[in-house]
Design a binder for this molecule. Structure first.
Ligand SMILES: *Cc1c(COP(=O)(O)O)cnc(C)c1O
Length: 464
């Protein structure tokens, strides 16, 4: 608004301004202090506050003003905290001097009391854990990793595995298919957990055939929309699409292009689709994108019928819907254990899209479900390692071996006509059944029973 000075207007310009600690702090003040004030102005009688990440933790400082020690202990009962990443950049740190520059003494003392690390820095993750009555991770594996990262809080760290909203992510063709099998599955629209019952249709040839046809319809829609790139619906199609972050290893599949060509020659042609955005200030992100573009450019036209690699711009929810339903294989290759949960694979399995993945995040809870292939470096329970040594060479090799097996299995399923007895269709059905668990209905239910019911007696929760 015009009344604000230029300096203040800049606070809402851009998120995640890591280069300027004054802006970072002020943004967190807008979120924390402003959030509490806004809710009050709106007239909501909020009794408990759910902090997602530490960014909004100053809400506690606002609520704590003028409170005594006993009252502070009561106030803590009204705060719960969810951590969403083990990656360092996700945890805000400020010098005590920076804090004292913007806060009143009374507030700065409170922040220091609960948020000061041994190094002397103020850590908002620590602050959040110290002022909340409940702490949780976003998958079972992430809980283990958090417990290693924060041993003093070990017994207090719970987990609620993330989920995706099924009616945003189940494609129209699959939803209609599930409705046609109403007599077995019941009303999927009121109970997405019932998707687990697709296992009982595994030997139903009509169901197997319709799963394949629904998938082909999705794939055709995707190929047509990107007609310019001449993607074909009878070619095995692999997708990697997510934020460009180092630990997610965006360029892993491009590590050895010659090997990809060799697989295509041996087993059948491949289409690889890549998509993702980097933060505008993330130079490493740009380096990855440039490296990927260079490799794709260098591929030339010689092997175009064997290996087609397409990089799509503007990855957003709309494109994600097309990709998570329209390709054959969803590639997920974070460097373990840095993926707290990951969610795009959950979107893909709801549409019968097989997984080629490292063992990390939500995948640990689906390891034995037969949803595809698991490959690569494994986290060994006691060493977190560095998010920057990424086992690129070994894991690319492991990726290619699994990819070759998957491509071979795919092509025994579909070579001009469909082979309904193929193990590929079993994988597709396992995927859908597994999707029954990784949804927001189950997730919210767990938050209610495990976190919110224990956090404050009242049920009105502000998610900030
Ligand atoms: C689902 C989704 C993500 C998150 O995917 P991850 O697997 O958690 O990396 C990111 N961006 C868009 C547009 C999405 O739809």
């Amino acid at each position: 608004i015009p009344e604000n000075s230029g300096k203040m207007s800049a606070l809402t310009d851009q998120l995640y301004r890591s280069e300027n600690s004054w802006i970072k702090l002020m943004q967190r003040i807008v979120l924390g202090f402003g959030g509490v004030t806004a809710l009050k102005e709106l007239g909501y009688p909020i009794e408990a506050f759910h902090l997602n990440e530490g960014h909004a933790v100053f809400a506690f400082v606002e609520k704590a003003r003028g409170n005594t020690g006993v009252e502070l202990e009561e106030l803590k009962k009204k705060f719960c905290y969810t951590c969403h990443t083990p990656v360092q950049a996700g945890h805000d740190r400020f010098s005590e001097g920076d804090i004292r520059n913007v806060f009143r003494d009374e507030d700065a003392d409170l922040i220091r009391k609960f948020g000061r690390e041994d190094s002397g820095m103020i850590n908002l993750t620590l602050l959040s854990m110290n002022i909340a009555s409940s702490i949780n991770a976003v998958s079972k594996r992430h809980q283990e990793v958090m417990q290693l990262q924060f041993p003093e809080y070990k017994d207090r760290i719970k987990y609620v595995t993330n989920g995706v909203h099924p009616y945003t992510w189940i494609s129209k063709d699959f939803l209609e298919l599930f409705k046609r099998f109403h007599s077995t599955l019941g009303d999927i629209e009121t109970n997405p957990m019932a998707l687990a019952k697709v296992q009982s249709l595994k030997n139903n040839q009509e169901f197997r055939s319709q799963v394949w046809l629904a998938h082909q319809a999705n794939k055709e829609r995707f190929c047509n929309l990107f007609g310019k790139w001449k993607l074909k619906k009878d070619i095995f199609t692999i997708c990697w699409a997510r934020r460009i972050a180092a630990y997610k290893r965006p360029s892993l599949i491009l590590n050895d292009i010659e090997r990809l060509i060799a697989i295509a020659k041996k087993v059948g042609p491949l289409q690889i689709v890549l998509a993702g955005k980097a933060h505008p200030n993330d130079n490493l992100g740009f380096t990855f994108i440039n490296e990927m573009l260079d490799k794709v450019d260098a591929l030339g036209d010689d092997n175009y019928d064997l290996l087609k690699i397409t990089i799509l711009e503007n990855y957003d929810i709309y494109l994600a819907q097309l990709l998570t339903s329209g390709v054959d294989l969803w590639l997920n290759n974070p460097y373990p254990p840095f993926e707290a949960s990951g969610t795009s694979g959950m979107k893909a399995i709801l549409n019968g899209v097989a997984q080629l993945t490292t063992l990390d995040g939500w995948v640990v809870e689906a390891e034995d479900k037969g949803i595809g292939r698991i490959f690569g470096h494994r986290y060994n329970n006691d060493k977190i390692g560095s998010e920057f040594d990424r086992y690129m060479k070994d894991d690319a090799e492991a990726l290619y071996n699994s990819l070759e097996e998957m491509a071979a299995l795919y092509y025994t399923t579909f070579h001009n006509k469909i082979n309904l007895s193929s193990g590929w269709i079993d994988i597709m059905i396992n995927c859908i059944a597994t999707g029954a668990h990784f949804n927001t209905y189950r997730m919210l239910d767990e938050y209610k029973h495990l976190i919110w019911d224990a956090c404050g007696k009242e049920k009105k929760i502000a998610k900030v």
